[in-house]
Ligand binder design. Structure first.
Ligand code: ZN
Length: 359
């Protein structure tokens, strides 16, 4: 396998590093219409973080609702069109929030300079022009969105990323203090996204020393956080999980995700289920594919007494299950990695159906 991937250009890490955001973005204010667009998870509405934004006179703050469904192509197009019509081209986009806020910021950066709907760019290297300056500030750890070259969006017919070199952030700020107020369930579900990234990237045809080196370290950090004491959400653990998320993202960048992500994309597409919990629902049933990983996952679930939904498939309509299979089946790059290039000889749509019905 040959890959030649783009890394995040600049990375600031450490407690309190968010306070440097103003001076970090200052040199990038001169382009376009000269204003910065802060895309902030609306979870922070009325919270102290809003007062810490380094706003200048012409800047804009767009609160985005990230508590419900996954980011949509229509949402990106609407925000882009509204700002271009009212304020012109921003100098940059600063995404502050979880994986959805990160993905929205990455996608917006690209769509400010590429004409038409974001739907036509869902896929690999379909973007025609470089986007505008974009920075990411994660406030929950695990998704790896801060480091990935994909902005995952749900469109009218598929859940697929805008994936190219230009998607990658120009700047990220990893401040573990920002993750302190994450709810216990989200802390667990999103942290497990990181754990699952590592298990999947290190189990499959594309695994290699590069992905394993980052993956092993990220898994060690996950074990320290999720099996190293009942207290869980301490600042020391927040620091570890933030680095684990970044390393987990690098592990899968030089490999690929697998069965869990392929199935969870189907679940999220049909029901809008958030990525972290969707992965937990799916991974809980994948002992045949990842026996050790699933056993350790279940141990972490028990250790922290986290609720993972089960027996939910009995509520699903046949056409919903078919749609989930369609979405999952189309993710050939994940199946190639997880099962092998002859995956269509080894698993069938019925295999996927049986897995969905276990959930
Ligand atoms: Zn993931």
């Amino acid at each position: 396998m040959f890959k030649n991937f783009k890394s995040v250009s600049k990375c600031a890490y450490g407690r309190g590093s968010f306070s440097k955001l103003g001076e970090i973005i200052a040199p990038h204010r001169g382009t376009g219409a000269g204003y910065m667009l802060f895309l902030v998870d609306d979870y922070f509405k009325g919270k102290p973080l809003m007062a810490q934004l380094p706003l200048e006179a012409n800047d804009a703050v767009e609160l985005v609702y990230c508590g419900g469904e996954e980011p949509k192509t229509s949402q990106i197009d609407e925000i882009r069109d509204r700002y271009l019509a009212t304020k012109g081209l921003p100098a940059g986009v600063i995404g502050i929030g979880g994986g959805s806020a990160m993905d929205l910021a990455k996608a917006l950066s690209l769509m400010f300079t590429n004409e038409g709907s974001s739907v036509q760019y869902q896929g690999l290297n379909l973007i025609k022009k470089a986007g505008i300056y974009h920075a990411g500030v994660p406030t929950i750890s695990g998704t790896g969105a801060e480091v990935s070259m994909t902005a995952v969006l749900t469109g009218p017919t598929k859940k697929l990323g805008l994936k190219c070199d230009w998607t990658v952030f120009d700047q990220i700020i990893l401040d573990p203090e920002l993750t302190a107020t994450v709810s216990r369930n989200d802390w667990f579900y999103t942290g497990m996204d990181c754990y699952i990234h590592c298990i999947e990237s290190m189990t499959g045809k594309l695994k290699n020393t590069f992905s394993e080196a980052y993956g092993y370290k990220a898994l060690d950090l996950c074990r320290e956080v999720y099996l190293g004491g009942k207290s869980g959400q301490t600042i020391e653990n927040d620091e570890k999980l933030m680095v684990a998320s970044y390393f987990g993202g690098l592990s899968l960048t030089y490999s690929e995700v697998g069965v869990c992500h392929a199935l969870s994309y189907g679940l999220s597409y049909v029901f809008g289920t958030r990525h972290g919990i969707a992965n937990c629902i799916v991974f809980n049933q994948l002992a045949d594919y990842y026996p050790q990983g699933v056993a350790e996952f279940k141990e972490m679930v028990r250790y922290h007494e986290i609720f993972i939904p089960e027996n939910i498939s009995k509520e699903w309509k046949p056409e919903e299950i078919e749609k989930m299979i369609d979405i999952s089946w189309a993710l050939t790059h994940m199946w190639n990695h997880a099962i092998g290039e002859n995956w269509q000889e080894r698993i069938s749509r019925d295999t996927l159906k049986a897995l969905f019905l276990k959930m």
